[in-house]
Design a protein around this ligand. Structure first.
Ligand code: SF4
Length: 164
């Protein structure tokens, strides 16, 4: 399956989308550089500002217009507004933040533990070259840090994202 990945927001969102890329690749799927070539797209959304929320909705609409047959919406804006996310074009599934770690495994009917055995991929992510890569050394460490990082990042900007 050809998969297009896009993300809006902080370095943690970027790191998560890179982890998803690694997982899709480990399961034998291809990450493509443009939504035109994709059978499936995943968009990791952000709600830290109104602009970030608008960018998130815009990314989903742009990918739908490009022809991606199926879009999965996840991330902070999606978690705050799941009904709105569901109503966007080509969105077939909404994954809230508390299930995001399992998104790829659930989609592919695999056990998440399988991915923990894979080495971290350093391959570039097609279509996202211009963005800063976050090098977080393990999924376990990332999960431990997730709450702190999100709270710290967003309160620094005076936002009220849906942290747990
Ligand atoms: S943690 Fe904050 S900055 Fe990061 S995606 Fe969520 S709302 Fe946006």
């Amino acid at each position: 399956m050809k998969v297009y990945l896009d993300t809006v927001g902080c370095r943690l969102n970027q790191s998560e989308i890179e982890t998803m890329a690694r997982q899709f690749r480990a399961a034998g799927h291809e990450i493509v550089a443009s939504p035109e070539a994709a059978e499936l797209a995943v968009v990791n959304t952000c709600a830290v500002t109104n602009e970030a929320a608008a960018d998130s909705r815009g990314a989903i609409r742009r990918i739908a217009r490009a022809g991606a047959a199926e879009i999965i919406a996840t991330g902070c804006w999606t978690t705050l507004y799941p009904k709105q996310a569901e109503e966007l074009p080509s969105v077939r599934r909404v994954v809230l933040n508390d299930h995001k770690d399992r998104l790829v495994a659930d989609l592919l009917n695999l056990t998440p533990e399988l991915f923990d055995l894979e080495p971290i991929s350093r391959e570039p992510l097609p279509g996202l070259h211009r963005r800063t890569r976050a090098f977080i050394k393990s999924a376990g460490r990332m999960r431990q840090s997730l709450h702190f990082l999100r709270h710290h990042h967003c309160t620094r900007r005076g936002a009220q994202p849906p942290h747990r």
